[in-house]
Design a protein around this ligand. Structure first.
Ligand code: G4P
Length: 524
């Protein structure tokens, strides 16, 4: 197979949802179809617990396991599929955001009873920023839920994307009979069964056979519904989907293995192979011969006796090979890797080569930080790895004056790993750590102590958001920074950040300083 063919057959995506909507269950069914696992439950048992826990052994155990399920690669027909796991727990959201920068498309899972929930909304914002193609799976049709038309309205409104159903449910809950697949014109009848792949009947909607399968009343309703869909929703167009403007919607029940194969078959057909990626220098095409890739995730081992990390590299162009010299652009140094790992479903194995779209795990002892680039030689800096405003902030103080160096080093490394964000107040030099969840403060404190021998103490600070600011009006910018001097900070890269105490203060600032732009992520 040529490099181009290898790359064309790759589909690298993430499943995103609010906790409990069915992401794990759906992922597991996708793996079952790919033959990557053979029994249901294999992924499930590895799942990160949803309850916040302060049992460190438990967290450590889960972190260990989550490496194995971070990326799940398998072959499906002619395609190579890479599913990137997006940690579902609130407290892991920062990591989740970054994972989305390494995928070429996403599948959003929504619970039919609950509709669009907060976490999904937040993750979709990132997808919209990057015009990531989105497919939606409305799950748990075997339970009572919202009317499908209402769900479509909600999806459009809440996720701010046009939708187009490609399958349509026939009733729901205990009366759920199946779906009509509008894409393939087939009737898929529902059999509640957790392992068996459902059979479908090719059937035109006008055929009188429909009545034989689902009766008069449901047949009429289905025909009416489909007529309405055709009138109200745009024709499905692959270009609009690929541009991130239109999301095809499927209905089913992941737990009952219903509607999943239809989703997967349509997915491999229409979802994009690796897409061109922007760097500061130029656009990199995946089919270029020269290898390039970037680090989007660093997974540290929490065991102090094994301080190694794994850096996750997304291959953006060409072919990566074992034991070949590549340039670590930030270090301006050539490096080669003797034991890169591939992620094939649940096991890790040494890989000899990987292609654009694949994820490579590189064992690391502190050489990498998030956003680092590796290339065949060219100086490239990938864009699209922004930091987002944290939601919780605390001052970090040194609790052991004898260990201030250790603390500084520890904080620096943990920030490079992307565990949280550091802001330094420009006025008094105090350090502020921003996270997306309470648990991260505990993780940082624990890791500083166990890995660096440093002790820290948290002190409260009341902040609402961190905004990266810029302006073409140098005078106004200087005036703003002077007036808000107590609330100005530098991020890790030395960029100006305004720490707003409340939404009201932020709104007032936006009103009073019209020539200043306030950004909620670092890449504007
Ligand atoms: P998550 O990864 O998005 O957090 O969700 P997960 O797959 O763990 O699913 C959450 C719960 O919803 C699980 O139940 C799961 O069995 C259930 N579920 C998933 N898909 C369906 C579906 O199509 N229909 C129905 N009725 N339920 C579904 P749980 O009670 O939390 O776990 P378990 O006891 O079943 O393991």
């Amino acid at each position: 197979m040529t490099i181009r063919e290898e790359i064309e057959r790759r589909r690298t995506f993430a499943v995103i949802s609010h906790p409990d909507a069915g992401k794990t269950t759906l992922t597991e069914k996708l793996l079952l179809f790919g033959g990557a696992i053979h029994v249901a439950g294999a992924v499930k048992s590895n799942k990160i617990k949803k309850t916040a826990t302060s049992d460190w052994m438990e967290i450590e155990k889960q972190r260990g396991i989550s490496v194995a399920t971070s990326v799940m690669g398998f072959d499906y027909g002619d395609h190579k599929i890479n599913i990137l796991d997006t940690p579902g727990h609130q407290d892991f959201a920062e990591d989740t955001f970054r994972t989305l920068t390494a995928v070429d498309s996403v599948i959003v899972v929504v619970d039919v009873a609950k509709g669009v929930e907060t976490q999904t909304r937040r993750l979709m914002e990132v997808c919209r920023m990057r015009n990531t193609p989105v497919m939606i799976f409305v799950n748990k049709m075997d339970r009572e839920g919202k009317d499908p038309f209402d769900i479509l309205d909600e999806l459009e409104e809440e996720l701010q994307i046009a939708v187009r159903p490609l399958s349509w449910p026939i009733d729901m809950g205990e009366r759920f009979r199946g779906v009509y697949n509008l894409y393939q014109k087939s009737l898929d009848l529902y059999q509640p069964s957790k392992q068996v792949v459902t059979k479908s009947v090719h059937l035109d909607l006008e055929s009188s056979d429909l009545e034989k399968h689902i009766g008069d009343k449901l047949s009429k309703k289905l025909r009416d519904d489909v007529e309405l869909i055709t009138e109200v929703y745009p024709e499905f167009q692959q270009e609009a989907y690929l541009a991130g403007e239109l999301a095809p919607v499927f209905f089913g029940s992941a737990l009952n293995n219903f509607g999943v194969k239809e989703l997967l078959d349509c997915f491999v057909e229409i979802a994009p192979s690796p897409r061109p990626v922007q760097t500061e220098e130029r656009t990199v095409d995946p089919n270029e011969e020269a290898f390039s890739g970037f680090v989007f995730k660093i997974h540290a081992n929490m065991d102090p006796n094994h301080r190694s990390c794994i850096a996750f590299v997304k291959v953006c162009s060409g072919k990566f090979e074992r034991n070949v010299n590549y340039k670590h652009v930030r270090f301006n140094r050539m490096m080669k890797f003797s034991s890169p790992t591939a992620f094939m479903a649940q096991k890790k194995e040494i890989l000899d080569e990987a292609y654009a779209g694949d994820i490579v795990g590189l064992p690391d002892n502190g050489n990498f930080k998030i956003g680092d680039t590796l290339t065949s030689g060219e100086d490239l800096h990938f864009k699209g790895l922004p930091s987002f405003s944290p939601e919780m902030f605390k001052y970090i103080e040194n609790a052991d004056p004898m260990k201030s160096k250790q603390l500084q080093r520890g904080v620096e490394q943990l920030m490079d790993e992307g565990v949280a964000q550091l802001f330094v107040n420009q006025f008094n030099g105090r350090k502020i750590i921003g996270t997306v969840g309470q648990l991260q403060f505990e993780v940082i404190q624990y890791r500083l102590l166990h890995e660096y021998g440093a002790q820290c103490r948290w002190e409260p600070i009341n902040l609402y958001k961190a905004c990266w600011i810029d302006s073409n009006d140098a005078l106004q910018l200087a005036d703003f920074k002077k007036r808000k001097f107590q609330y100005m900070a530098h991020d890790k890269e030395g960029r100006d950040v305004f720490l707003a105490e409340s939404n009201y203060i932020l709104m007032m600032a936006q009103q009073d300083f019209k020539n200043i732009r306030f950004h909620f992520n670092s890449e504007f």
